[in-house]
Design a protein around this ligand. Structure first.
Ligand code: ZN
Length: 693
C-alpha cells in the first residue's frame, strides 16, 4: 500500500509555542501536502509531550493540576496551528498527539513489557533494576555527566546545567535501566546498512562517532515519590517511566500500537515506519535511544530521522528572550500572510543547516520573490488575457500561415522549447523536493518564473496587440505564460497552498492544485477558449518602512510606563536588546525625522496621585521652556534632576497625561527586568537646544 507517515517532535508542554515549533510543523505540513498531491495516503503527526517533573513544577507554581497545565499550553498550540493553517481543518495534521491520552498509556505499557521480556544482542536482559546516583537536570530531564555540567564555583555547591544554568539535583534512587550499552554495534550497523537513516550526512557522522565512543545504560524510571506525573511502570507502580521513553513512543501509539481501537481507526501496520523531523538538539534521543528501544522490542525502525537546523537572528546570533531578538508569532500573524512565511522558511533555510530569520528579510523576500516575482507574473499574464483576449485562454498553436509572421517578431515558434524547459524544471523540482532540498527546489521553480517573465518582456505583447496580423502570435505568448502558471500552481501548492489555489482559480480552472500530481502534468492541457476568473493580486506589496516602524515600536509595558490607569509616560527606552545589537536597520532619513535636542531641567516636581510621573520644565533653547511629563518618579528624586542636561525628543506630538500637556519626551536607557530608566546626559558642556545627529 502506498502510504507515508511524517512526524514533528511532540513538544514539551512546559512553554508556549515559538518560531522553532512553527517551522518544523510547516516543513511536515509541506511534505504531507506534497505526498497527498501524489495520491499517497499520508498521516501527519504533531503534538505535545506532557509528563515529567517540569510540568509538575510549572503546574504547582500556577496553582493548576499537571493536566490543567498541559491543557493550558496545548490551547496555545491549537491556536497557533489554527492561525497558521496547520490544523486538520486547514488540511494540515491528522493528529495532535498528547501523551496524556489513555491509549498512549496503554501503548507505552505494551512497549515496556515487550522490552522487559527481551534479550539484548549480547544475550542480557534488556531492562534491569539497579541503583542510580548522579546529577540530574530537571529542565533537561536527564542526568548530566561531568562534561555536561558546569563545576560549582564554591566547593560543596551543586554543579549547574550548561544549557539551563540552573543547579543540578543530586539524585540517588532505585531505577530501572535500559541496557543501552549492548546496542552500540547494532546501531552502528544500521547506520552502515542504511546511509539515509540519519540525515543530513554530517548528522549521521555525529551519531556514528557518539556510538563508537560507547554507550552507557539508560535510567528509564524514577521513583514515583520523586516524579509522580508520568506513566507508571507496568507491574511496578512505585516507578514512573522516564519521560523520553514515554514521549518517543507516541510515534507508534498514535497510530495504534498497543491499542486495538486506534489500530482500527488509523493503523500501525498501515503507516509505520515514519519519517521523523527533529531539531538537531534532540537528535540523540531520536537516532540512538529510540531505535534502540525499537530494536529491543522487535519493531521496525523509522524510515528516517532528519535533523534540521535552528533559526538565528539576521546577525547570526541565537534567538533568545534576553537578547530580545526573537521572532514573535503574533507579529508574524498580524503582518504576514501564511504563504509568505511558509515560503520564507523553506527558501531561506538550507534544510539541515541553520538559517537566519528577521522581519526585514521576510518583507524583502515577500516583495521580491512573491509580489514582484510569481505574483506579478500571474497578474500581468492574466490582465493581458483579460484585455487582449476577452478573458479567454487563447490558442497555444500558431497556424501554418502565420508562422512566418510570428518568426519575424522573434517569438519562438517551437512550443517544445518552453515546454521542454518547464518539464525539466518540474523533474528537478520533484527530485529536490523528495530529497527535502526545499530551498533548491524553490530556486528551480523561480527559474521558471524568470524564464517566463523574460519571454513576455521579449515578446512585448502590448506591441503585438496593436497588429491584427499578430493576434495568434500574441495568443501563443500568453498561452505559454498561462500554462506555465498552471504548472507553477501545482508545483508550489505544498509550499503555498492559498496562493496556488488563488492563481488556479484565476486561471479559470476547476478543482484544486491539491489534487494534481505534478509528475503527471502534461504541457498543453490548459484548455483554449476557457474563461479566466477575476484577476486579483495574490501577493500585495508590503510597505517595509511602515511595517518595520510598527513592529519596532515598543509595545510591552515596562515598569516605568504607568499602569492602565495612567496613560503611558513619555520616556524613550533604549532597551537592553538595543544595547546588544540591532535587529533591523533604518535609513538615515528615518533617523532624521526624530528631532533630538539638548535640554536642561529647570524644575521638576511630583504630580499628586500619579506616583510614577514627574512634571518637568525643560529649556531646549526656545522662547518658552517645554513642559514634559516623564514616568521616572520611582527612580529619580525631582530635586536632583534640576540643572541636569538631558536629551529631549522635541518633535513628538504633544499629548495629555493626567490633564497636563506633555510637549516632548526625555530619552533614557532602560535595563533590568523591571526596566529601570537611566536618563541620557552629557559629560561635556553643550548649549541648550543643540541638535543630536
Ligand atoms: Zn538543563
Amino acid at each position: 500500500m502506498n502510504t507515508f507517515y511524517v512526524t514533528t517532535p511532540i513538544y514539551y508542554a512546559n512553554s508556549l509555542p515559538h518560531l522553532g515549533h512553527l517551522y518544523t510543523m510547516i516543513v511536515a505540513d509541506t511534505i504531507s501536502r506534497a505526498k497527498r498531491q501524489r495520491s499517497i495516503d499520508t498521516y501527519f503527526l504533531t503534538g505535545t509531550d506532557e509528563h515529567g517533573i517540569n510540568i509538575e513544577r510549572a503546574a504547582q507554581k500556577a496553582g493548576r493540576t499537571p493536566k490543567e497545565q498541559a491543557d493550558y499550553v496545548v490551547s496555545y498550540y491549537k491556536k497557533m496551528t489554527s492561525e497558521f493553517g496547520l490544523d486538520t481543518a486547514h488540511g494540515g495534521y491528522d493528529i495532535f498527539m498528547r501523551t496524556t491520552e489513555p491509549f498512549h498509556y496503554q501503548g507505552v505499557s505494551e512497549l515496556w513489557r515487550r522490552i522487559a521480556k527481551a534479550k539484548t544482542p549480547k544475550g542480557n536482559d534488556a531492562i534491569y533494576k539497579g541503583h542510580y546516583e548522579g546529577w540530574f537536570c530537571a529542565a533537561c530531564a536527564e542526568y548530566k555527566t561531568e562534561d555536561e555540567y558546569q563545576k560549582p564555583k564554591n566547593e560543596g555547591d551543586p554543579p549547574t546545567c550548561l544549557i539551563h544554568d540552573t543547579p543540578l539535583d543530586r539524585v540517588s534512587e532505585e531505577s530501572y535501566f535500559f541496557r543501552l550499552s549492548d546496542y552500540d554495534e547494532a546501531l552502528l550497523s544500521v547506520l552502515e546498512e542504511r546511509p539515509d537513516f540519519v540525515r543530513p550526512d554530517y548528522r549521521r557522522n555525529e551519531v556514528a562517532s557518539f556510538l563508537r565512543g560507547g554507550l552507557q545504560d539508560l535510567s528509564v524510571s524514577r521513583l514515583k515519590t520523586s516524579v509522580s506525573w508520568g506513566i507508571p511502570v507496568p507491574d511496578d507502580p512505585a516507578h514512573t517511566m522516564y519521560v523520553w521513553f514515554d514521549a518517543l513512543t507516541n510515534y507508534i501509539t498514535a497510530i495504534g500500537f498497543g491499542n486495538e481501537e486506534r489500530q482500527k481507526v488509523v493503523g500501525f501496520d498501515k503507516y509505520w515506519p515514519a519519517l521523523h523531523l527533529v531539531g538537531k538538539d534532540i537528535l540523540r534521543f531520536h537516532a540512538v535511544y529510540w531505535p534502540a528501544f525499537l530494536l529491543a522490542a522487535g519493531i521496525e525502525l523509522p524510515r528516517a530521522i532528519v535533523a534540521h537546523g535552528m533559526w538565528l537572528d539576521p546577525n547570526g546570533r541565537k534567538m533568545s528572550k534576553t537578547l530580545g531578538n526573537t521572532i514573535e508569532l503574533d507579529i508574524l500573524q498580524k503582518y504576514f500572510s501564511i504563504d509568505s512565511i511558509r515560503y520564507f522558511c523553506l527558501r531561506e533555510m538550507v534544510f539541515g543547516q541553520d538559517g537566519r530569520f528577521g522581519y526585514e528579510g521576510l518583507i524583502d523576500r515577500a516583495n521580491s520573490d512573491l509580489a514582484s516575482g510569481w505574483g506579478n507574473l500571474s497578474s500581468r499574464t492574466l490582465t493581458m488575457i483579460a484585455r487582449y483576449c476577452d478573458s479567454r485562454i487563447p490558442s497555444g498553436v500558431i497556424p501554418e500561415d502565420k508562422l512566418l509572421l510570428a518568426k519575424r517578431t522573434g517569438v519562438d515558434t517551437d512550443e517544445t522549447t518552453v515546454a521542454g524547459f518547464i518539464e525539466l524544471a518540474r523533474d528537478q523540482f520533484v527530485h529536490q523536493f523528495d530529497n527535502l532540498a526545499f530551498s533548491k527546489a524553490l530556486e528551480t521553480a523561480w527559474s521558471v518564473v524568470a524564464r517566463v517573465d523574460k519571454m513576455i518582456t521579449d515578446a512585448k505583447p502590448w506591441d503585438l496587440a496593436k497588429d491584427e496580423n499578430q493576434k495568434q502570435t500574441l495568443g501563443v505568448v500568453l498561452y505559454r505564460a498561462a500554462e506555465s502558471l498552471r504548472w507553477l500552481s501545482v508545483l508550489l501548492y505544498p509550499v503555498m497552498p492559498e496562493a496556488s489555489r488563488a492563481i488556479w482559480k484565476q486561471l479559470g480552472l476547476d478543482g484544486s492544485p491539491a489534487q494534481i500530481d505534478p509528475t503527471q502534468l502534461k504541457w498543453g492541457e490548459l484548455k483554449e477558449g476557457s474563461t479566466i476568473g477575476e484577476v486579483q493580486p495574490v501577493f500585495p506589496r508590503m510597505d517595509k518602512a511602515k511595517i518595520m516602524s510598527e513592529i519596532s515600536a515598543p509595545t510591552e509595558p515596562s515598569a516605568v510606563a504607568p499602569g492602565p490607569s495612567e496613560p503611558s509616560a513619555p520616556v524613550v527606552h533604549a532597551t537592553q536588546a538595543d544595547a546588544v545589537g540591532v535587529t533591523s536597520f533604518i535609513e538615515i532619513d528615518d533617523f532624521a525625522k526624530v528631532d533630538l535636542r539638548v535640554g536642561q531641567v529647570l524644575s521638576a516636581e511630583r504630580i499628586p496621585k500619579a506616583d510614577k510621573l514627574l512634571l518637568m520644565k525643560v529649556d531646549i533653547g526656545e522662547e518658552q521652556p517645554r513642559q514634559i511629563l516623564a514616568g521616572i518618579a520611582q527612580y529619580y528624586e525631582p530635586e536632583k534632576l534640576i540643572g541636569r542636561k538631558v536629551v529631549i525628543v522635541a518633535n513628538l506630538k504633544p499629548r495629555k497625561l493626567r490633564g497636563l500637556e506633555s510637549q516632548g519626551m526625555v530619552v533614557a536607557a532602560s535595563y533590568g527586568e523591571e526596566g529601570r530608566p537611566v536618563i541620557a546626559t552629557f559629560t561635556e558642556d553643550v548649549p541648550n537646544g543643540a541638535r543630536l545627529k
